[in-house]
Design a protein around this ligand. Structure first.
Ligand code: PXG
Length: 449
């Protein structure tokens, strides 16, 4: 099929995620046909630096044969076996061991799933089981945050705080949402430090309002990813920690985007010095080469759910899929052996911070923020008042298109432009990324004038 035929068949038969089917029909999809290193190429031969690592997952880029060959070999040896009914497989044991090593010291058990959404559903099941086994069944409520993203199953979407999603399904009735630590958008006249404390105190306020005896857990991403790379003020997590310590409720950190090195530490929890009870992962655990997710379970929780006996009636056919597990093993081995995360922490992260910050001088940039290998640009019409161009987020959509035209995949969340490039980027490629982003900003400013 040629490009037009592919687009036509795509329109006729494929329902895409998070897509306005009507709009897609008008525009036609971009057909991506190949990838190499940190670059993707479309059917027209247009080569782009992939500033989004696929979808926050291909942290090692696209050319790691160690991972694809491990999958191929496993598929020829034992393509599938389940981990129900007292069965197990060698790759699933080895990956569980490895995850216990790279995650915080107090996390030594893993429950595997096929995705991040399924892992957050698993968290809901574990949280309830934990409090039931401790004979505190009144602890039912899970607190989450507005504009958080935790997946698209009913559980994941209920935990998430995306108002557009909540309009299209009926959310679980035991989940409550609090403020997000989005200083640029919602901090008003407060300093970032004041606002960080303020946003964290909204957790305390909510717990008080609901009654501490009813609250089971708090779930949050270390940094909101899909919500627009919202890096909380430095005061936020320490204040959250104080609140959690006071009440003893469980902390779930959703590391689906920030796990496996994005911040320059293995996990966002490491970066912020937090001690989660459960930790969701997916995406980069296999470098995006095979669907795999899961939740790391702390000793505090594992001891209760393992020691008390009785069946935990939960699991998925593809929990601990052997091909997914070998992909995970190969990925973690590369991260360790090539010291990729250390390089982000010591070299490429600081270099991106310096280069990315230069974009703050652009006339349509209200804020340029970054951490490790993730960054965001707030597009504004007026820097002083932080006023946007319009309420339809036209600037973000224009900037995304301009960026792609200039050979850089940058994503728009409203009028916030975000990047999360592969962790293998060197400083020359960071220069290329920043130069292409600046060109996209120039073109956007012209188009919006
Ligand atoms: N938690 C977090 C923090 C995520 O970012 C999920 C859970 C769900 O994972 P699965 O594997 O079920 O998709 C995610 C997924 C975006 C975008 O537009 C982000 C995600 C997925 C799709 C789009 O940034 N994150």
């Amino acid at each position: 099929m040629n490009k037009n035929q592919l687009q036509q068949h795509d329109r006729e038969h494929l329902l895409h995620p998070f897509t306005d089917f009507h709009d897609l029909g008008k525009q036609g999809t971009r057909v991506i046909t190949s990838a190499e290193g940190a670059y993707i190429t479309d059917i027209d031969g247009h080569r782009m630096l992939d500033g989004m690592s696929g979808l926050w997952c291909c942290n090692l880029g696209y050319s790691r044969r160690e991972i694809s060959e491990a999958i191929y070999e496993q598929l020829n040896k034992l393509p599938f076996y389940n981990s129900f009914f007292q069965c197990t497989t060698v790759p699933s044991i080895e990956l569980a061991d490895l995850l216990s090593e790279v995650t915080p010291a107090h996390m030594n058990n893993v429950f595997f799933t096929g995705s991040g959404s399924e892992a957050n559903d698993t968290n809901l099941r574990i949280i309830r089981r934990y409090w039931d086994l401790l004979e505190q069944p009144e602890k039912r409520i899970v607190i989450s945050r507005k504009n958080g993203y935790h997946g698209s199953t009913i559980g994941g979407a209920s935990l998430g705080g995306m108002s557009g999603m909540h309009k299209q399904f009926q959310a679980l009735d035991y989940i409550e949402h609090i403020e997000q630590p989005y200083w640029f958008g919602e901090g008003g006249d407060m300093s970032p430090e004041e606002f960080g404390v303020h946003a964290a105190r909204s957790l305390d306020k909510k717990i008080q309002e609901l009654g501490p005896e009813k609250v089971a857990a708090f779930i949050a991403e270390p940094i909101q990813g899909a919500g627009g790379v919202i890096i909380p003020p430095e005061t936020y997590w320490p204040e959250v920690k104080k609140v959690l310590d006071q009440y003893g409720i469980l902390l779930v950190m959703d590391e689906v985007i920030f796990g496996f090195g994005r911040t320059g530490e293995w996990f966002g929890a490491d970066y912020y010095g937090m001690k989660p009870d459960l930790m969701t992962f997916a995406k980069a655990v296999t470098n995006g080469y095979f669907p795999l997710g899961g939740t790391m379970v702390s000793d505090r929780v594992a001891e209760v759910i393992k020691a008390k006996g009785g069946e935990f009636t939960h699991g998925y056919t593809y929990s601990a899929h052997p091909a997914a597990c070998v992909a995970g093993i190969a990925t973690l081995n590369i991260l360790r052996e090539e010291k990729i995360i250390e390089r982000v922490r010591d070299t490429t992260g600081p270099y991106l911070a310096k280069r990315w910050a230069e974009l703050a001088d652009h006339p349509i940039v209200g804020e340029a923020r970054s951490l490790g290998l993730v960054g965001a640009l707030e597009l504004v019409q007026d820097k002083g008042s932080r006023a946007r161009f319009d309420d339809k987020c036209t600037a973000g959509a224009v900037c995304r298109d301009m960026s792609i035209k200039n050979g850089l995949v940058m994503r728009a969340t409203g009028d916030t432009m975000i990047i999360a490039p592969p962790l293998i980027l060197d400083t020359t490629q960071i220069d290329e990324l920043v130069e292409k982003a600046r060109r996209a900003l120039d073109d956007t400013a012209k188009a919006m004038a």
